[in-house]
Ligand binder design. Structure first.
Ligand SMILES: [Zn+2]
Length: 145
């Protein structure tokens, strides 16, 4: 069952990020990296901001990382999120791809227990029609404040 109830709007992939979402549907979290200088970037874009190369590759991450920042949502911005209030929107960084930050949710934990530096692990939320979104749960005893 999806984290948010039916009716939650799904991503609308565009020319730049459709590859990112396609990998998500395959339950692979991959980020765009410059094929010339290796710079990782997210969200995807057609040009490397460091070296201006137009060549890119998609690098997979294992999905383990930590909370860089977060907020607790108490007011519904859409009818579909009301049953989940309050919920956490977090910026997550990854152990194996420094420089990339992903906005997602930390689930299955009271929002008051979430903190910056908290270790998290990826899980795949199948939202509809085989489409999947990356979300995160607390992981392991390595949590640090
Ligand atoms: Zn580059």
């Amino acid at each position: 069952m999806a984290y948010f109830p039916e009716g939650m709007p799904a991503p609308s992939p565009n020319f730049d990020d459709r590859e990112f979402w396609r990998h998500c549907d395959d339950r692979e979290l991959r980020f765009q990296c410059c094929a010339a200088c290796g710079n990782a970037r997210h969200p995807p874009s057609p040009v490397c901001p460091k070296c201006r190369s137009l060549q890119a590759k998609w690098q997979a991450v294992q999905g383990e990382g930590k909370v860089f920042s977060f907020t607790v949502i108490h007011h519904a911005s859409h009818e579909a999120v009301k049953p989940n209030l309050p919920y956490v929107v977090a910026v997550v960084t990854f152990d194996d791809l420094p420089g990339v930050r992903l906005v997602s949710n930390v689930t299955d934990i009271p929002p008051s227990a979430v903190h910056i530096g908290m270790r998290v692990k990826l899980w795949w939320d199948e939202i509809s029609d085989g489409h999947c979104l990356p979300r995160f749960r607390a992981s392991g005893p390595k949590n640090e404040r």
